[in-house]
Ligand binder design. Structure first.
Ligand code: SF4
Length: 367
């Protein structure tokens, strides 16, 4: 029978749980420092606690909920050269790819992926999942292929951040969090916000709230809830198509909502928070990368304070779609720029490590 993971408790419950065992406050803070600042994965390393206390804690609790079952690293020399050239053009040659990916297994045997991204502006970004599998079934995504399994708990979400933080050297610190892994965050918002509260707390990892981005396919109820929650997180909407006919195919969830409702929710978010919304647009060869799509996208967004991230599709073994040519990507970019849209090209990192969401989990399951 697994013990309770301390990560399942929010900061107040963590303190209350230990204090009710008659631990003095300074001991509780010592334990928190060991876990969050000193990256302890085991009570045994907490050498400034009495041995009897370490044993008692180990009997009652686990620190983590799961275990690491795979760890992959990619380096820039694993990249496709044409991709690299394109990326250098768009980023002024200012890009490295030291991406690491973890596959974590929980007590029930289910697994999720999380990714650490590094760039040479000293950004260290943790990309985490919120669900096992996903019900959204986006056309281009490996995670949606098997459907939804279950929501992750607060502890399982927070653990991904801490495990990725453990991969950093003493000279690095986690600067950004992006909720862009497997799952639809707005459908598991309460545990996510609780985990982010801890990750952004000054006595924990202290990641700036302004550097946290939650990405959604567009669930208006969740977007409004996030806007009303008074946290300063960024919002990214995975749009991927400029009209409902095409979006219904690429993001099937769109059939229940429609682009205009999503844009209304995005406008509400901007009005409430003053933070401009990012629209993600995965460019898929001959699916949504044509000039008419760029023109329609300009019409949708030209009067909004927004930014568009164009992401050339990362091939997935089981799917028949392809990456658009560099010239098609450039054409799309230029048409948006000419339409007055603030637009950037982003590349999926980690080409050598199955960096498309859900790929590592699927590959390990096949084995
Ligand atoms: S892209 Fe995101 S929302 Fe869509 S199926 Fe994949 S994990 Fe789910």
């Amino acid at each position: 029978m697994p013990r309770t993971s301390l990560l399942e408790f929010d900061a107040a419950a963590f303190r209350a749980e230990l204090e009710k065992r008659e631990l003095p406050k300074f001991r509780v803070e010592q334990i928190r420092r060991w876990i969050f600042s000193r990256k302890a994965a085991d009570f045994a390393v907490m050498t400034d606690l009495p041995i009897s206390l370490r044993c008692e804690l180990a009997e009652k609790f686990d620190i983590f909920c799961g275990t690491v079952v795979a760890h992959q690293k990619s380096h820039e020399n694993a990249e496709d050269q044409s991709n690299k050239k394109c990326r250098q053009e768009s980023n002024g040659g200012n890009s490295i790819d030291h991406t690491e990916k973890l596959l974590l297994e929980w007590h029930d045997g289910h697994r999720v992926e999380c990714v650490l991204l590094r760039d040479n502006r000293n950004h260290r970004t943790a990309c985490i999942s919120t669900q096992v599998g996903c019900a959204m079934k986006c056309l281009f995504c490996a995670s949606g292929l098997d459907g939804f399994v279950r929501n992750l708990t607060r502890g399982e979400i927070f653990e991904q951040i801490l495990r990725l933080n453990q991969l950093l050297s003493d000279h690095e610190r986690l600067t950004h969090l992006v909720i862009m892994g497997t799952g639809e965050p707005m459908l598991n918002l309460k545990p996510l916000l609780s985990a982010l509260d801890d990750a952004t707390a000054a006595d924990s990892l202290d990641v700036s709230k302004r550097r946290v981005t939650i990405s959604t396919v567009g669930i208006p109820r969740g977007i409004k809830q996030l806007a009303d929650s008074d946290v300063m997180y960024r919002l990214a909407i995975s749009l991927h198509a400029p009209n409902n006919v095409l979006r219904n195919k690429i993001v099937p969830q769109n059939q229940h909502v429609g682009i205009s409702e999503i844009l209304k929710a995005a406008d509400y978010f901007f009005g409430k928070t003053g933070r401009r919304v990012t629209f993600e647009y995965i460019l898929i060869d001959r699916v949504n990368d044509q000039p008419e799509h760029a023109r329609e996208l300009v019409q949708l967004l030209k009067h909004r304070t927004a930014i568009v991230n164009l992401i050339p599709f990362n091939p997935v073994t089981e799917l028949p779609y392809r990456t658009p040519s560099p010239s098609a990507v450039r054409r799309f970019l230029q048409m948006l720029e000419q339409g007055g849209i603030d637009v950037k090209i982003r590349f999926k990192r980690g080409n050598g490590i199955n960096a498309a969401c859900g790929q590592l989990r699927r590959d390990f399951r096949k084995e």
